[in-house]
Design a protein around this ligand. Structure first.
Ligand SMILES: [Zn+2]
Ligand SMILES: [Zn+2]
Length: 367
């Protein structure tokens, strides 16, 4: 008999994902090592155990294998470790701000206690988001655009340290740990919580002499400018990322994340291709002709084949925006809207009568 993950979380075998989440949430709050400074080692083991159970039971495939074969069916090679855990986000949600300030969710950490154990590390700045309106022609032409935005930049006065002497001292409140423990009594129960140190905001260090420009934060909010060329095939759903162009913090800068709010003008987007309606004179539609069309990179004369029908598609290969897959350009698809005159002259009427009476005209339409 191997481990029973259901028993570990105290849920029954029919538990829904929500039940499992709730059970994990309750147990995580109980066993997080940083909330159990008295018996940290034990809590750490227990926290790992419930996290392993959570990892298995939240994954449909693993859960099904476990139901069928027990622990043998899902055993981790060399035992479970934090690299196999996929739910850091949930832990972050459970503990909220408390741990997020210590690097939770920042990526690149190997275990969830990293933030609290040992040396306090410097924080990385947050990402900055901007949305840029731009029309499809400018994108297709690969035009360079200037983007102005606000971000927190390194204070030049103190070189980002927050100290006008550029020297930092160990925080006297938390003695460099970045957090403080607090206990409060509720009847006979003593609650112990860990909070971010307010003196140093979790940095563990304080300026020797507070910089007068940034008031000790090490950064100032400023307008910045960058030049970019939006990728010629970019979709409005995509996020264009510029590394280190976000908010500055001593531990590193966040990224700038750009979303393009694309104005398609008279075009409609269909995956890589663009579609556009064109007006075709009914005579050109019947006899064939030429129509001038504004495309992405200028005007082009397009051949209208004889016998073009309403809504018929004329494909202009390679006239579109860049394909997502590679360097080649996608197509522009023109949709023929046949234009009929509302009024005609007497002469034109006579000619049409003549056309109508011409033998063979009706045979196309009627039996
Ligand atoms: Zn402190
Ligand atoms: Zn400064």
């Amino acid at each position: 008999m191997g481990k029973d993950y259901y028993a570990v979380l105290g849920v029954d075998r029919k538990a829904s994902k929500d039940d499992i989440k709730k059970a994990y949430r309750d147990l995580a709050k109980k066993y997080h090592p940083d909330l159990n400074p008295q018996n940290k080692k034990e809590a750490e083991e227990k926290f790992k155990e419930i996290s392993e159970a959570y990892e298995i039971l939240m994954d449909d495939q693993k859960r099904a294998r476990f139901d069928q074969y027990g622990e043998e069916g899902v055993k981790f090679q060399g035992g479970f470790d934090w690299n196999q855990f996929h739910h850091y986000q949930d832990i972050q949600d459970i503990f909220g701000d408390l741990f997020s300030q210590f690097g939770f969710g920042g990526g690149g950490f190997g275990n969830p206690f990293g933030g609290f154990s040992g040396q306090q590390r410097e924080l990385r700045g947050q990402d900055v988001y901007v949305e840029i309106p731009i029309d499809i022609r400018r994108i297709a032409r690969g035009e360079k655009i200037e983007v102005y935005y606000f971000r927190e930049m390194k204070c030049e006065e103190c070189n980002g340290t927050g100290s006008s002497t550029k020297k930092l001292l160990t925080c006297p409140t938390c003695r460099g740990r970045g957090y403080v423990e607090r206990s409060s009594n509720q009847g006979f129960i003593v609650f112990r919580t860990t909070e971010v140190c307010r003196t140093c905001n979790g940095r563990g260090k304080v300026p020797e002499k507070v910089c007068h420009v940034c008031s000790g934060s090490g950064y100032t909010r400023k307008k910045d400018k960058i030049d970019i060329s939006p990728p010629p095939g970019i979709h409005e759903e995509e996020v264009y990322i510029l590394r280190d162009k976000g908010n500055y913090r001593p531990g590193g800068s966040g990224d700038l994340r750009i979303k393009f709010d694309i104005d398609y003008m008279e075009f409609r987007r269909d995956n890589d291709d663009l579609e556009k309606d064109i007006q075709v004179d009914f005579i050109d539609a019947i006899m064939g002709g030429k129509v001038k069309v504004q495309l992405l990179r200028g005007e082009r004369e397009v051949d209208i084949p004889a016998g073009t029908q309403p809504e018929e598609r004329i494909v202009l290969k390679g006239e579109g925006i860049q394909r997502k897959s590679g360097r080649a350009n996608a197509d522009i698809v023109l949709k023929a809207k046949i234009a009929l005159p509302k009024k005609i002259s007497k002469k034109q009427r006579e000619l049409l009568e003549q056309f109508k009476n011409e033998k063979g005209f009706f045979s196309q339409f009627h039996l």
